[in-house]
Write a new protein. Structure first.
Lengths: 212, 212
DNA sequence: TGACCTCACTTACGGCGTAAGACTAGCATC
DNA sequence: GATGCTAGTCTTACGCCGTAAGTGAGGTCA
């Protein structure tokens, strides 16, 4: 009694509102700080209410991952393009989606989103790669490698942000001359790391092509 | 009162015992199931006692990561070898270490171990790569890419294990013919994925060499 | 002897996820 | 209108969690 809200019993909370608020909360405070109670408070509702829109907390986290992916990955291939461009474009979409919701990144570490939508996108990528000459299984490996690299770099970057800013460059000092030299040009950004990794991966894939 | 243990006040618990038990617990029940209280119970001790040997829970997790790395990574380069062999060997050590403690894998997602030991190993790798013709910064990118790939594949694999065994191969059916074909040869193992990724990465690095 | 240090224990607080169940509004049916 | 059903919400409660704060027993050394 005495809630500030309308207290009408059917407030008309929808699953979409719940998801949107959850993504927002994760973006703001990080995935680790996401709790059912806090999310409910945000929506001016009791915690247990959320369980009508979401199976449990893991279900909520799954839904966040799907939400972020759905927001980022575009299903159709617009113009004819080289497989390199298609793969790089896919990686870039994924990268941008994660960059948009950095708080949700840890959720990607422990789950694989298997939805009709993601499967359709996967199938499309596989088709492009097969048409380019890759065996289907090799193509699957390739897609996994690219997705893993993108998520992995984001994860690593997020982890570093949470760490003491004890500048590694200082530690490097005289004992670690090559490391010091490598860091001389300023800290390594995630973007540059990701770009390097993807460039190397794609170049490596080219050498694996039967005719290459 | 009335504990079953000796109840002598100084039981002689050491940090090493704590760490070993923590790694064991993580291996058995997974990192998510690791709690100060459970760990204390395992050691027949009260939870707060652990705080004499470890700063807090995050400190414990950091220590586990260091422990696993220290157990796995060998610092010296034994015989002269190609940079490709050195890099592949390093990746293999890391892979084996993670495979030995799968429960600890999630802890690697959110932190970068910066210890004198790991820095020394990093320096060594950078030196080998620089001597092979890579610019120091490129070499650093390269090491990050490899480490990220190994940890990423383990993470992805661990995530899949926790998921419904809804056989993707079944879902693939007729709508996703290329995916079905890719999965026809049985499920993709982590080993094969990792090997593929590393092969591609190293092949890609070769193309980035000034003289290559 | 007594001061001090180290290690372990006790108690307590505020959080968490969620099982079980009670209440209520709206709707379909008679 | 009365009845009963359903779905959305709230209440209560349980057993976890990390850890701050305080207590006290043994050992060490002046």
């Amino acid at each position: 009694m005495g809630r500030s809200r309308v207290q009408g019993k059917h407030a008309g909370l929808t699953r979409d509102q719940v998801l949107q608020a959850a993504v927002h909360l994760a973006d703001r405070d990080g995935a680790a700080a996401l709790s059912m109670r806090k999310l409910a408070r945000e929506l001016d509702v009791e915690a247990m209410t959320l369980y009508h829109h979401v199976q449990n907390k893991q279900g909520l986290e799954d839904a966040i991952v799907e939400y972020v992916l759905a927001e980022s990955l575009s299903p159709p291939p617009p113009p004819p393009a080289s497989w390199q461009q298609v793969v790089a474009g896919h990686a870039d979409e994924l990268h941008r989606g994660l960059a948009k919701h950095p708080g949700a990144v840890p959720l990607f570490a422990s789950r694989t989103a298997i939805t009709p939508r993601t499967l359709a996108i996967l199938e499309h990528l596989l088709r492009v790669l097969r048409d380019a000459g890759f065996a289907p299984r090799t193509a699957l490996h390739l897609v996994y490698a690219v997705a893993g690299a993108v998520v992995g770099q984001h994860l690593a970057y997020a982890g570093e942000q949470n760490q003491q800013p004890a500048d590694v460059a200082d530690l490097a000092g005289d004992d670690l001359p090559v490391l010091a030299e490598a860091l001389a040009g300023g800290p390594v950004t995630m973007e540059s790391r990701l770009e390097f990794t993807l460039t190397a991966l794609i170049a490596g894939f080219e050498t694996l092509l039967p005719g290459g």
